[in-house]
Design a protein. Structure first.
Length: 340
């Protein structure tokens, strides 16, 4: 349930309430919004809820107690009515600016990564992406350079100033990846890896949670809840396409998920038109659609020579195509009251 405090509630009222809830065995989460302070109390036995709600309502500083019926709570709009903004370095994700993360699918070499980082920065990207640990459907394909790639990403950050996002696939690597990365990505194949989600709930770095390729929006938000319930609220959701009967595209990019999630959750939402389509020619139009639909960020694969890429070359933009996409996106963002 959520407890909405009266505007007159003081810090000591809040403390009293938090202690009261903890004594009852609740997990307590606090959301201080522009207008209201809301306390989320998670984990009450079902049968006690009505009585407890009545007891809490008797505090003079409690305005209202509302049960949350949805299966996700902390990531829902009821708990935090304002949109969340996640700060990474000096980049705000979830604000007026549409943040573009770009870079190679996989870090292949220092030269390739640094060259790409410089090019995407020059074209207006503000975060560098690059895979170090690569998930792969085939056991025979490239699985990334591991820690060497993390070091290359850190070097690219030093040179360009761009914060870095990279995927973590294994609970055993969380500490290592968190040492180098500014945002930790959970890929589509791991959206329901609950041990990994829980581990990322315990770190103090933003996480980008991709939608499972066969997951509903509600399942995706529950996966985010796994992270949030451990105390890490810095979560960015990412629509990256889902499996349908269509085989022309690699996945079917669900553009409707962007406004749908925006209504249900306060978390920023990113779009990945690269994995969402699998074809470089479709990346710019789908990126435009995502921005028009309200995406807070984009993550796009860019490679100096896509035809030579070790992974995902068919969906990677070369530098010229990326630059071109960025100028088209600027117009699109302006049309919906935002900027790139
Ligand atoms: C990636 O971003 O390179 C990736 C593997 O994405 P996904 O998990 O969406 O397939
Ligand atoms: Mn990829």
């Amino acid at each position: 349930m959520i407890i909405i405090l009266a505007p007159s509630a003081t810090e000591s009222d809040l403390e009293e309430l938090v202690n009261n809830l903890k004594e009852r065995g609740y997990g307590v989460h606090i959301s201080k919004g522009v207008e209201k302070t809301i306390v989320g109390a998670i984990g009450a036995p079902e049968e006690d809820k009505a009585i407890i709600a009545e007891q809490l309502s008797s505090f003079s500083y409690v305005e209202r107690v509302i049960p949350i019926l949805k299966p996700y709570k902390i990531v829902g709009r009821e708990f935090h009515p304002d949109k969340s903004i996640i700060r990474v370095g000096d980049v705000d994700i979830g604000g007026q600016r549409v943040v573009v993360m770009a870079g190679p699918c996989s870090v292949e070499s220092e030269e390739q990564t640094i060259e790409t980082a410089k090019a995407v920065k020059a074209a207006g990207a503000s975060i560098l992406r690059g895979g170090a640990f690569k998930p792969s459907t085939s056991p025979y394909s490239f699985h990334g350079l591991g820690e060497d790639a993390l070091k290359i990403l850190a070097a690219a950050r030093d040179i360009t100033g761009l914060p870095v996002i990279t995927e973590v696939m294994d609970t055993r690597d969380v500490e290592l990846v968190a040492k180098y990365a500014d945002i930790l990505q959970i890929g589509t194949r791991n959206m329901t890896n609950f041990a990994l989600l829980t581990e990322l709930g315990n770190i103090k770095k933003p996480v980008m949670l991709k939608r499972g390729m066969s997951s509903t929006i509600e399942e995706w938000l529950q996966a985010a809840e796994y992270i949030a319930t451990k105390g890490n609220y810095e979560i960015i959701l990412c629509e990256r396409g889902i499996r349908t009967f269509e085989t022309f595209t690699r996945n079917t990019f669900d553009v409707s998920a962007i406004p749908a999630v925006g209504g249900l959750s306060h978390l920023p939402i990113a779009a990945d038109p690269s994995h969402g389509t699998g074809k470089s020619s479709l990346v710019p139009p789908v990126a435009r659609a995502a921005v028009a639909a309200g995406a807070d960020a984009l993550i796009v694969e860019v490679h100096p020579t896509p035809e030579k890429a070790l992974k995902d070359g068919a969906q990677s933009l070369n530098f010229a195509a990326f630059e071109n996409m960025m100028s088209e996106l600027a117009l699109c963002a302006r049309a919906v009251g935002r900027y790139i």
